[in-house]
Design a protein around this ligand. Sequence first.
Ligand code: FMN
Length: 193
Amino acid sequence: MTSRRVAELPVDPQFLDRWSPRAFSPQPLTRAEIQTLLEAARWAPSSYNEQPWLFIFAHNAEDLARFRPLLVDQNRVWADQAPVLVLIFARRHFTHNGKPNRHCMFDTGAAWMSLALQARKLGLYTHAMGGFHQDQAYEVLGVPADRFEAVCAVAIGRYGDVQQLPPALAEKEQPGPRKPLAEVACEGAYRGR
Ligand SMILES: Cc1cc2nc3c(=O)[nH]c(=O)nc-3n(C[C@H](O)[C@H](O)[C@H](O)COP(=O)(O)O)c2cc1C
């Protein structure tokens, strides 16, 4: 599935092996698998070691039924199959002094990536979704919006049957490409367009 991806330089295969499928199998994850993913996320670095991330997950039928309507319809089409949904929040202020933490999103992003890479180590896949109803997420999950930013939703599961996807999505079902390295990294000073 990852053969389309060719790195410009030899990097650890785990970085190319992670991608965002839509064909999820509904087969449930074990609690141990879910806890392992969250444990990996917990070890991400963060400004002042604030650990601003908050993961709220659903894996029983009752919780999944509450979480699914939080996703936009374009994501529900495929993500409703996923056996685990996670809503990720970032704590807006530092605990030690109450000041705004302008790195809370950056740090929470690092934690999400740890989760995503750990998932592949377990043979699982993740797909992040910015397409969710933020206001409803605060309300349905009881998260105080003044203290947390609703950052992203994530679907997690085993790979499923691509034929179950609507044809337009089945066609797109492959790992995303990347910009050339020279376009995203430069030495010494900005040399972009
Ligand atoms: C913050 C964020 C928001 C995203 N939102 C969506 C989304 O709402 N729906 C979707 O299908 N994919 C979404 N994606 C997946 C991206 O489209 C995908 O990561 C990108 O195309 C690169 O492909 P890859 O993950 O397969 O490498 C999102 C990814 C991130 C990190």
